[in-house]
Ligand binder design. Structure first.
Ligand code: ATP
Length: 251
């Protein structure tokens, strides 16, 4: 379970350009829940994900992962428990390395002291089996550099790589924003499967309302650094797309 208690983050404090990106936020993501976060540009969604991942630190408040207080841990230490997939398919992987070497690096996250983890036959077999589950034929291209793959293929592999380390939390920061509609659907279905099979706690940020309604067990809307709507699975299932779109009609 991930819990935020009175988390506040301001940028440029004390200056004319001060922005309170996340304001006194308290909320809890139950273990194995899948929350979807929507909100207008600048409402604080990415800052919230950065605070959870540890790429920015809160000014005030606490973040708990089960019984562990993590708000002062740097992102590389939180990455043992928290994985993140970004909007840009180039962000999650090393372009010049092969698919297999990228999986090797992902496996090393779990065991940072075993830097010599080799690509032996058993490892290759395990990766081949995992990659085959994507149904994209990439298991035949394991030695191909990651940079030669399409954005959708890279996002699918990035998601799969999160399962090489034993993480609890998956943060999805607009993972399909750079993909065509078909690839976006494929990647979202893969994410859904990975979340279920690995019993992950997930938080998806998206501007795609159809995606926000189709996936997840909870729907949250942020505005001005605060949660202004929070629907559980039952309430979310009764929402129509037009109604969610109307949440943004306040200009
Ligand atoms: N590093 C930073 N320095 C200064 N201001 C920042 C910084 N990062 C974010 N902000 C500001 O904080 C506010 C929240 O930004 P954030 O990126 O979290 O919003 P968002 O909801 O993710 O937006 P989008 O949907 O456009 O990605 C915005 O006003 C933004 O300009």
């Amino acid at each position: 379970m991930l819990q935020l208690e009175h988390i506040t983050k301001a940028f440029n404090p004390g200056k004319a350009t001060e922005v309170v990106a996340v304001q006194d936020m308290t909320f809890r993501l139950e273990a194995e829940s899948y929350a979807v976060l929507v909100g207008a540009n600048g409402s604080g969604k990415s800052t919230l994900l950065n605070l959870i991942a540890g790429s920015v630190y809160a000014d005030k408040g606490k973040i708990w992962l089960d019984a562990r207080e993590i708000q002062r841990l740097p992102d590389y230490r939180r990455s043992r428990w928290i994985a993140r997939v970004f909007q840009n398919p180039l962000t999650g992987t090393a372009s010049s390395l092969s698919i297999l070497d990228n999986f090797r690096m992902a496996a090393l996250r779990r065991s940072p002291k075993r830097l010599k983890l080799g690509v032996d036959a058993a490892f290759k077999r395990a990766v081949t089996e995992k990659v085959a589950t994507l149904g994209m034929g990439l298991e035949h291209k394991l030695t191909q550099p990651m940079g030669t793959l399409s954005g959708g293929q890279r996002q699918a592999l990035t998601l799969l790589m999160t399962t090489m380390a034993d993480v609890d939390i998956l943060l999805l920061d607009e993972p399909t924003a750079a993909l065509d509609p078909r690839s976006a659907r494929e990647v979202m279905a893969i994410a859904d499967r990975i979340i279920r099979e690995n019993r992950l706690t997930a938080l998806l940020v998206t501007h795609n309302i159809a995606e926000a309604l189709r996936y997840g067990t909870r729907l949250i809307q942020m505005e001005n650094g605060k949660i202004i709507r929070d629907y559980d699975q039952q309430a979310k299932s009764t929402l129509a797309q037009a109604e969610v779109v109307s949440w943004f009609d306040y200009y």
